[in-house]
Design a protein around this ligand. Sequence first.
Ligand SMILES: Cc1cc2nc3c(=O)[nH]c(=O)nc-3n(C[C@H](O)[C@H](O)[C@H](O)COP(=O)(O)OP(=O)(O)OC[C@H]3O[C@@H](n4cnc5c(N)ncnc54)[C@H](O)[C@@H]3O)c2cc1C
Length: 315
Amino acid sequence: MTYRITDAVAGAVEEIRHSIPADRVLGNEPMSRHTSFRIGGPAAAFVIVDNNKELADVLRICTAAGAEHLLIGNGSNFLVADEGYPGIMIRLGGDFDSIAQDPDDDTLVRVGAARLLSSTSAFLTERGLAGFEFASGIPGSIGGAVFMNAGAYGGEMKDVVISVRLMSPDGSEMLELAGSDMEFGYRHSMVEDSGLIVLEALLRLQKDDPEAIIARVAELQAKRNAKQPVNFPSAGSTFKRPVGGFAAALIDQAGLRGYRVGGAMVSEKHAGFVINAGGATAADVLDVMRHARQVVFESSGIMLEPEVRLINCSL
Ligand SMILES: Cc1cc2nc3c(=O)[nH]c(=O)nc-3n(C[C@H](O)[C@H](O)[C@H](O)COP(=O)(O)OP(=O)(O)OC[C@H]3O[C@@H](n4cnc5c(N)ncnc54)[C@H](O)[C@@H]3O)c2cc1C
């Protein structure tokens, strides 16, 4: 590890150990274990909180100590530096994995932030609730998907989220915001600007025949498998879709399909994905990203912006 753990982080971890059971406060935890890229050095601490009270305690402690900290969902949009993360990574578990239909209106479903989109989709399909098919193959959690306004195949979280329950960044209060107040945009919501924590989302679905939903999910999965490098670790689309173009097409036209540094490579199958083709470091991925940006800018005048969250590293 090449970073120094600050006194603030060390002190906060010490205090967190009084609130959270020891098996859920991991020190020096490799982030390669928690990211879909399978890349990343150790977080100074990795804390799993199982309910609102534990989350509020940890946020309060981190805020009071001035300790660097960050929420991680399913880590499917994370690139963590090889040096690691010098703060406290917080992951939601336990109660945050909940899912339940509203007792008065069974087209309304309340889903905890830690619940995976795939298992949310399976729950909804079983109950004949349509409208979430677009998300079935996105490898994120509800929290990360709300943060990013995740979307695919013409659907996005914005279309199904009625309201979101959130916690303030310092853990002192909880609030519920309507979907229309979430400022959902392209791969963006107000969660990113506010530092609020997503606790759960209320989704509105439509009744449909489960067989029809299963068929649509299967069709989208087949499309995904045909187009995306699903057999290699990655963080999905590396760059955001620029105004007036598609990142994958621009990278492809710039002749970068298969461009490789160390273990990181522009996917041969889908030029919008940088993949970990084996033993890639974060430095390799960043080198590929920098090169792609520069070459695309020179050939098209468009500067690509990363979609993947860069943690303790930059382009
Ligand atoms: C193979 C592959 C395919 C993909 N396909 C798609 C796709 O089709 N469409 C798409 O939109 N994305 C896609 N992605 C990217 C990714 O899955 C989504 O962005 C997803 O929404 C990220 O969710 P996560 O839980 O993994 O979040 P993480 O990657 O863990 O975190 C993302 C951001 O959300 C924040 N965050 C996470 N949880 C919370 C919370 N509870 N409260 C507040 N902030 C939180 C984190 O701090 C971070 O800034 C793909 C990724 C992969 C690997």
